[in-house]
Design a protein around this ligand. Structure first.
Ligand code: SAH
Length: 228
């Protein structure tokens, strides 16, 4: 059954209505899932097409969320790679994404794109049956993002000696964790030192140099092995 997120007042947004009518060509009696974005799914039946109306058949707690809140601190990658990173990490269960600006970032932060990333997050969340829409924040500088000391932080670093699967279980305490991934040009030595001084732990994903998008997706996928 297709799944969509509703607005705060339980209404459907224009894009969802358009998708239901024009793409899915929904008919009277068809069943869809509407999610409130707060962990509850409503199984509904379409009872009117113009305007689109539905009756609620069932309210069910959505059980697809990880027990653990993963924040991805992703350095701005080149071109439109952040779109892929948002889509895949949302499918894999990320809780929120904070794009960060680092020394070796080529990409300029583009606030106009945040709306687009948020839409990609919503559509990936619907497709993967999530119970929430992960929030995509405005890009912030690494030195500002580093101030967040509310949770354990793990930094993907190609020169790290500690293997991710060896250190992650020791760091997993409480219910949230930050994963940091550098840009195409990598983190600078100064940035790595700054993060280590702040108590962040660096980890390796193996001896190969991965593209930034591969590192983000691989780390979130591997984390699930550790936390479930
Ligand atoms: N410019 C660097 C590579 C950067 S790769 C170089 O050429 O040496 C981009 C980012 O992906 C890195 O900053 C790191 O966060 C992550 N990454 C890539 N390969 C990794 C690995 N083997 N282990 C951990 N992180 C890795």
């Amino acid at each position: 059954m297709p799944k969509y997120f509703v607005n705060e007042d339980f209404s459907l947004n224009e894009e969802t209505i358009h998708h239901l009518k024009r793409v899915l060509r929904i008919k009277l009696g068809d069943k869809i899932i509407l999610c409130d974005g707060k962990g509850f799914d409503y199984h509904v039946s379409i009872c009117n097409l113009n305007p689109l109306e539905f009756t609620v058949d069932n309210k069910i707690a959505c059980n697809t969320e990880l027990d653990y809140k993963i924040t991805l601190y992703q350095a701005l990658p080149k071109s439109d790679k952040l779109e892929l990173i948002v889509q895949k990490s949302v499918e894999l269960g990320v809780y929120e994404i904070v794009p960060i600006i680092t020394e070796h970032c080529d990409a300029r932060p583009n606030l106009n794109k945040i709306n687009r990333y948020q839409k990609i997050s919503e559509s990936a969340a619907g497709q993967s049956m999530r119970g929430i829409i992960p929030k995509i924040y405005n890009p912030i500088k690494l030195c500002d993002a580093i101030q967040d000391s509310s949770k354990p932080m793990l930094v993907a670093h190609e020169k790290a000696t500690a293997n991710f699967l060896a250190i992650a279980p020791k760091v997993v305490k409480g219910d949230s964790l930050g994963i940091w991934v550098g840009p195409d040009g990598g983190f600078s030595q100064t940035e790595i030192e700054l993060m280590e001084q702040s108590g962040f732990e660096t980890f390796s994903l193996g001896p190969r140099i991965l593209r930034t998008e591969t590192a983000a997706i691989a780390a979130i996928a591997m984390l699930q092995v550790v936390i479930q």
